[in-house]
Write a protein that binds this ligand. Structure first.
Ligand code: BGC
Length: 371
């Protein structure tokens, strides 16, 4: 009953919003612009070109996203132009790909930025051509020309990683001090600092109290960065930390790793040195890491279901095609240095051995790994 009333209230509010939206649209057509920076407008043809510019395939989720965008956009009737930046000249590749999408007349360009700060010229051109720009998973910084952001809440991802690290260490040794090392992602990816800051939101108070000790003393995001999100770079850094800091019998209780690829690299390094495995966090629910968690090696990962994120992005494209405003659920958290970008955020879920079966129950690829 309550639900029905609510539904009715929501429906009439929606009508009111639509009417307001219509007023805003006609104002836009007269040359004005909507003041929240979001874009709604005339809509466009149902078979328009939609560009999707993804970074290089630094984790499984990017591979999956490309396939899902290609199929999902086609099913919705659009012409999908899905491109990946190459492995080496990633920034220039992506810039050229976005320019080509503009030339093809793309009405929406969805971008998983390879370098957050290097796309302002391209997104400006995209806006000038009349396209709507959606930042996908990674925010694009220092530009007014990004209309929407669709992502899992990345700060929350970092907080969950920090909490998992702490809980994992407590389960093995009830009280501190615990010795840890910190790893963060590639400095050109805006997410890297967001994940790190989220984790430090949990860990820093304990570091300040002395309950957690970062053995190497490297607590700055710059010192902990792993260029290009490359496994070999993380493995090398862990190798040298083991030599410099953990050679004299000091135990390493935990390692904060921002994703699964780097978590496995850290574990490989520690195994290679013949040392006991610490609690290691991750993210992405990559198959190899889920296996490692079930085998009791990697401690945690994050479930960010790529199918949901791509579906949310395609829903935005459809809303724009119909001339409406895409749904957003956050207009205060993700500031790109020029503006707060209206966002649609999905909730990330922490996964350990304890809840893996439950978390992946609806994932045909991962569910069998948890049996
Ligand atoms: C994504 C992560 C991914 C990383 C490396 C980040 O921007 O949010 O899911 O692990 O890039 O590909």
């Amino acid at each position: 009953m309550m639900r029905n009333l609510l539904t009715k209230a929501v429906a009439s509010a929606a009508v009111a919003v639509l009417m307001l939206g219509a007023a805003a649209c006609s104002k836009e057509r007269e040359g004005g612009s909507s003041d929240d920076g979001s874009t709604s407008g005339k809509g466009f043809a149902g078979d328009a070109v939609i560009g999707v510019a993804l970074p290089s395939k630094t984790s499984e989720n990017w591979v999956l996203a490309g396939d899902l965008f290609t199929n999902g956009l086609k099913e919705a009737g659009f012409k999908a132009d899905v491109q990946y930046a190459g492995a080496s000249t990633t920034v220039a590749d992506q810039q050229a790909q976005i320019s080509a999408m503009i030339t093809k007349g793309a009405k929406v360009i969805v971008i998983g930025a390879t370098d957050a700060a290097q796309l302002s010229t391209q997104v400006k051109q995209a806006k000038e051509s009349g396209a709507v720009v959606i930042a996908y998973d990674r925010l694009i910084t220092n530009t007014p020309d990004v209309d929407y952001y669709v992502a899992f809440d990345n700060f929350k991802v970092g907080q969950l990683q920090g909490q998992a690290l702490l809980e994992g260490m407590k389960a093995r040794k009830a009280t501190g001090p615990w010795n840890i090392e910190l790893f963060s992602g590639s400095p050109d990816d805006n997410n890297s600092a967001v994940f790190f800051n989220g984790a430090m939101d949990v860990l820093k108070p304990l570091i300040d109290k002395g309950d957690i000790v970062v053995g190497s003393g490297q607590t700055d995001v710059k010192q902990t960065a792993v260029q290009g999100w490359k496994a070999e770079n993380a493995q090398q850094r862990m190798d040298s930390l083991l030599t410099s800091t953990y050679n004299g019998g000091r135990t390493l209780d935990g390692a904060l790793s921002p994703n699964d690829t780097l978590a496995r690299a850290v574990l490989t390094s520690i195994k290679g040195a013949g040392k006991a495995l610490p609690v290691v966090t991750g993210q992405d629910s990559e198959a190899e890491s889920v296996k490692s968690i079930m085998a009791g090696e990697q401690y945690s990962t994050i479930n960010k279901d790529t199918r949901k994120l791509v579906a949310a992005s395609i829903a935005m494209v459809k809303a724009l095609q119909g001339g409406g405003s895409p749904e957003v659920n956050d207009t205060k958290s993700y500031d790109n240095g020029v503006k707060v970008v209206p966002s649609y955020l999905l909730p990330p879920v922490i996964v350990t051995k304890a809840n893996a079966a439950e978390s992946y129950a609806n994932d045909p690829k991962l569910a069998p790994l948890t049996k």
